[in-house]
Design a protein around this ligand. Structure first.
Ligand code: NDP
Length: 248
């Protein structure tokens, strides 16, 4: 099947509860809206509550199921913050059918010799530590789903290292490993799958920061890469685990 042109049923995600991290902007925003439009109750996560409220209103205005809002700063989240998040989801929904680990930061485009260690820590915390801790903490809720999908977000530099991509590149290599390890360790549970998506160069604020001289119009919009996200989040990908998909 050509997943990039996947055409989902309109009710693909009906009654599913799906957490999208970094849903206030860019690819996460498009994924949250698309998941909701296909029937999901989306838990909007981000660090900026004002941005989340805008998406919340947008989803309600589209007549999609009412979302929930869960703010959390991933660069400094503590064990107690994660515990609170799990308790909130447990109380409100009792289970979780999917996570899109999308939140990410670029860090600096400088050589490792000059890479600021505090930025390194931030990038690794947001891009790699948070998806690990969140997935670990939410496993009990995911196990209650009949078909849970965990999607990690990788990158072209998550498969082939490139100079000047520093902590970002390392975090995305780590993300690919994280996804493969979770998949292998849960291979016996056919109701949970773990996969990676590499969005490819997409028209967002992060892409503009990484390539300031590029004409943004030469890159697809987040909306255009949604078929792969919908395919992996919905039941048509049941049984597929431990794989990495290019959305373009
Ligand atoms: P954006 O910068 O547009 O959006 C990133 C989102 O993550 C924002 O909503 C942002 O919140 C949130 N976020 C960042 N840091 C934190 C934090 N500390 N705590 C909570 N939320 C946070 O990026 P993209 O949409 O372009 O990227 C989405 C994912 O896709 C990332 O993982 C990125 O690495 C990956 N990717 C993107 C590519 C591209 O070309 N765009 C290519 C390859 C991979 P806020 O709105 O507050 O800033």
């Amino acid at each position: 099947m050509d997943i990039k042109n996947y055409q989902p049923a309109s009710d693909l995600l009906k009654d599913r509860v799906i957490l999208v991290t970094g849903s206030g902007d860019g690819i996460g925003r498009a994924a949250a809206i698309n998941f909701a439009l296909h029937g999901a109750t989306v838990v909007l996560h981000g660090r900026n509550i004002n941005k989340l409220e805008v998406i919340y209103d947008e989803i309600e205005g589209l007549g999609a199921p009412q979302p929930a809002i869960l703010p959390l700063q991933l660069s400094s989240a503590s064990a107690i913050d994660y515990e609170l998040l799990v308790n909130t989801l447990e109380k409100q929904f009792g289970r979780l059918d999917g996570i899109l680990h999308n939140a990410g930061i670029l860090g600096e485009r400088v050589a490792l010799a000059d890479y600021p260690v505090d930025v390194w820590d931030d990038v690794l915390n947001v891009n790699l530590r948070a998806p690990f801790v969140l997935t670990q903490a939410l496993l009990p809720l995911l196990r209650r789903s009949d078909s849970a999908s965990v999607i990690f977000t990788s990158s072209g530099v998550g498969q082939e290292a490139r100079p000047l991509w520093g902590a970002y590149c390392v975090s995305k290599f780590g993300t690919e490993a994280l996804s493969q390890i979770f998949a292998a360790e849960h291979a016996g549970e056919d109701n949970i799958r773990f996969n990676c998506i590499n969005p490819g160069g997409t028209r967002t604020a992060m892409r503009a920061k990484a390539y300031p001289d590029e004409d943004p119009k030469t890159r697809p919009t987040p909306e255009e890469i949604m078929p792969t996200y919908l395919y992996l989040m919905g039941k048509d990908s049941h049984g597929i685990s431990g794989q990495s998909f290019d959305a373009q």
